[in-house]
Design a binder for this molecule. Structure first.
Ligand SMILES: Cc1cc2nc3c(=O)[nH]c(=O)nc-3n(C[C@H](O)[C@H](O)[C@H](O)COP(=O)(O)OP(=O)(O)OC[C@H]3O[C@@H](n4cnc5c(N)ncnc54)[C@H](O)[C@@H]3O)c2cc1C
Length: 473
């Protein structure tokens, strides 16, 4: 038997279960060398943002512990992936590198370069599925074209067999001489001065075990009512699996199958529909590599977006004077996550009320979300902005007050994240400027001092956005 080790390059898959590259490597019986390379340069503009870096630190720590228990510690390297993997292959005498295929454009470019450079040295790179339900080549129209409309995409997935998830390997042999590894702390992925991560620490437990436990808890407690509660940011109605999925600690297939094995009902159907949105986003990014930068609809290139640093800053910091928007932006800043309904409201507010380009919102989310995912972020920003392949029409402009009244009827969500409004009665909490002076006084809210008045008037901002849209057409 070949005793040369196989390098298993961990990329966006940070787990042992349902990890085809790892399972196949272990099945050969050869020793394995698991490695993670932090290559900010290759990722360029899409290097991991602050919140994902915090998550990555903890995710790596858990992964390394789990791999050690199985027999093969995680080797950490920083810098050029090509250089690091070539060096590692030389040091370990490995002639094969196994990895999970990525659908992100910068990572695909890297794969091509790596393939070329490894081949020159007689080393083979084998890429495996692992981040999606199905390969993008498997889903297409009858004429062989990519499916860009979500409903058709969803139907196509239902008609295919999604491969079942694979269990984690029982143990992993590693070579007698281990190559040297960086120290995780030296990577300085955690924020220090200032340390802004206390909200993240209090909210999240990164790692594969926590991901699987979260899935189990959601299936028991949340799935049955998911379709009814998923739009309510004031209630714990969604799975909170997104950071685990985006960080590769649990596979989409594992979530998909776990839900599919349940009794079919409206909760299951709704949850599978959302998982399919994630898959759809990945496939769309694969077919449109510039999705994160350029509008899918070409006419949107002509839209006259505004530039307004003051308004942008007010949006980022949760100081727009619209409580539902501010609550969302502060939730994001505090815990690195925002409820989906509020993501839509805040994104609509940025692109329509403020008429600022969706890309600046996308970048802020990229830096602050623990679940930041290139494909999901881009698809959803374009969906809200109206420029997406399958998007909400631009003229559908969320009224942030009505959204608040409908989806946070008692104002519990706003009270939690905008505590200066906590004492306002529910009927005014989403529009404090409409409260009679005496009500505001009793609640201890002075507009302009404790909480800002609205930075734009809803009706005027709506008219401005529609005029810009008409001019574009
Ligand atoms: C402007 C905007 C930006 C977004 N950026 C991201 C992002 O960077 N990363 C990210 O994972 N999600 C993003 N989303 C989608 C969605 O908001 C989150 O996936 C969801 O809120 C995560 O919470 P959850 O795990 O409790 O979701 P659940 O409601 O429990 O859904 C289960 C899973 O389905 C997937 N999912 C649900 N909704 C969507 C969706 N609209 N698009 C794609 N996948 C979905 C997620 O993986 C999620 O974990 C964005 C949405 C908007 C409107």
């Amino acid at each position: 038997m070949d005793r040369r080790p196989i390098i298993v390059w961990f990329r966006q898959v940070m787990r042992l279960a349902d990890h085809p590259a790892l399972v196949t490597a272990v099945a050969t019986g050869q020793p394995v060398v698991p490695v993670y390379v932090l290559d900010d340069e290759a990722a360029g503009k899409w290097r991991l943002g602050g919140a994902r870096r915090w998550w990555l630190h903890h995710s790596i720590a858990v992964l390394d512990r789990d791999l050690r228990e199985k027999g093969a510690p995680l080797i950490l390297r920083r810098g050029s992936t090509v250089r690091q993997l070539l060096e590692l292959a030389e040091q370990t005498s490995a002639t094969t590198v196994y990895a999970t295929r990525s659908l992100e454009p910068w990572a695909r470019t890297l794969e091509v370069e790596l393939q070329r450079r490894l081949t020159e040295r007689g080393i083979e790179l084998k890429l495996f599925p692992g981040s999606t339900l199905l390969a993008p080549e498997e889903i297409h129209s009858k004429s062989g074209h990519p499916l860009t409309i979500y409903a058709a995409f969803r139907r196509a997935i239902s008609s295919r067999d999604v491969p079942t998830p694979q269990p984690a390997p029982a143990k992993m042999p590693s070579p007698a001489d281990l190559p040297i590894s960086d120290r995780l702390d030296d990577w300085q992925l955690l924020p220090r001065s200032p340390d802004w991560a206390h909200g993240l620490r209090e909210t999240w437990v990164p790692g594969e075990h926590a991901a699987l436990a979260r899935l189990d808890a959601f299936l028991e407690e949340g799935l049955a009512s998911y379709h009814q509660l998923r739009d309510r940011p004031d209630l714990p109605g969604t799975s909170n699996l997104s950071p685990h999925l985006s960080n590769g600690e649990i596979s989409l297939r594992t979530c998909w199958y776990a839900a599919l094995m349940r009794e079919p009902d409206a909760g299951q159907e709704a949850f599978l529909r959302e998982l399919a949105w994630r898959e759809y986003s990945q496939h769309l990014l694969y077919h449109r590599p510039n999705l994160a930068e350029a509008p899918c609809r070409a006419d949107f290139r002509r839209l006259k977006w505004r530039r307004d640093e003051t308004a942008l800053q007010a949006w980022r910091k949760g100081g727009t004077g619209y409580p539902m928007v501010d609550a969302g932006m502060r939730q994001l800043w505090s815990i690195g996550w925002m409820h989906n309904r509020v993501r839509m409201v805040t994104a609509s507010f940025l692109t329509k009320h403020l008429l600022l380009p969706w890309q600046v919102g996308e970048e802020w989310f990229w830096d602050t979300l623990v679940d930041a995912d290139l494909a999901s972020n881009a698809v959803n920003w374009q969906w809200v902005a109206g420029s997406g392949a399958d998007a909400a029409p631009f003229f559908r402009i969320f009224n942030p007050v009505k959204q608040g009244e409908t989806f946070d009827p008692e104002g519990a969500y706003v009270r939690r994240w905008v505590p200066e409004l906590a004492e306002l009665p529910a009927r005014y909490i989403h529009a404090p400027w409409q409260a009679p002076d005496v009500e505001r006084e009793q609640a201890g809210v002075i507009l302009g001092k404790d909480y800002p008045p609205p930075i734009v008037d809803h009706a005027a901002a709506r008219a401005r956005a529609l005029a810009a849209f008409d001019a574009m057409r």
